[in-house]
Design a protein around this ligand. Structure first.
Ligand code: ADE
Length: 245
């Protein structure tokens, strides 16, 4: 997958450690050529001599608004650099909430073009012309779309084939669709449940033992227990995810 990011802070997307995307799974995926990303400075497409990308809002009020022309020219120039069609995504608190379902959808795209706005927002006319998918990572306001773009990138990249080793499979992640274990848990299949609890050595720590079933060696029993735990946690912590039972 190719991911282009349009931003006025391209340094934030450095692939060199210790930047956020320069460590862990995204870094490994990039080294393995599972994903490639390039951050382009929208400022490079400004046409005035001060390389201005924003201006005061019509109608008055505080803050600055990103101008149409540099955003439009940057999108056109970056899209022309690769023949793969890009799914345009604008990060904004006004967007569709980012869920694991949407992440799975975006992970199927050959190319993403992420637009990270700053200031009070982007001139609505360029948004209308580009008609990007508008995505929000939550009901709070960040100082810009960059961190939101990185959150989206991290969530998408870890789903790309070849990103995760066998030792860290995404199948039972929180919000992944549950699978029945034989006839067991058919009513839960397909539901996006929270993850189950996890344990590692030692078997006993501060007088607390690991659940017996996990050391039984019975894979089917373990799978059933995990599915039950996922359902129980989801009911207790996020009943909204359970829906009607
Ligand atoms: N830009 C600023 N806040 C944001 C949010 N919550 N989601 C996506 N982009 C943003």
């Amino acid at each position: 997958m190719l991911i282009d990011i349009l931003t006025t802070f391209p340094e934030m997307f450095s692939a060199e450690a210790p930047a956020a995307l320069g460590l862990s799974i995204p870094a490994r995926a990039r080294k393995a050529s599972v994903v490639e990303w390039h951050a382009t400075n929208i400022r490079d497409y400004a046409t005035d001599k001060h390389q201005k990308t924003d201006d005061r809002p019509f109608g008055g009020g505080p803050g600055m608004v990103m101008m149409c022309q540099p955003v439009w020219d940057a999108v056109m120039a970056v899209e022309a650099k690769d023949p793969r069609p890009a799914r345009r995504v604008l990060l904004t608190p006004q967007g569709r909430p980012l869920t694991q379902g949407l992440v799975e959808e975006l992970a199927k795209e050959p190319r993403l073009l992420l637009i990270a706005g700053h200031y009070e927002g982007i001139d609505e006319r360029v948004i209308e012309k580009l008609s990007p998918l508008e995505v929000s990572i939550g009901d709070y306001v960040l100082s810009g779309g960059e961190l939101a773009a990185m959150v989206l990138m991290d969530a998408v990249i870890r789903l790309l084939p070849g990103s995760l080793g066998a030792e860290d499979s995404a199948e039972t992640d929180s919000f992944s669709a549950a699978e029945a274990v034989g006839k067991f848990g058919k009513d839960l299949a397909g539901r996006r449940l929270l993850d189950c609890p996890h344990y590692t050595r030692p078997r006993e720590w501060m007088g607390m033992a690991v659940p017996e079933i996990l050391i039984s060696g019975d894979h089917e029993k373990v799978a059933k227990w995990r599915l039950e735990q996922r359902a129980e946690r989801t009911r207790a912590r996020r009943p909204d995810l359970m829906g009607p039972e």
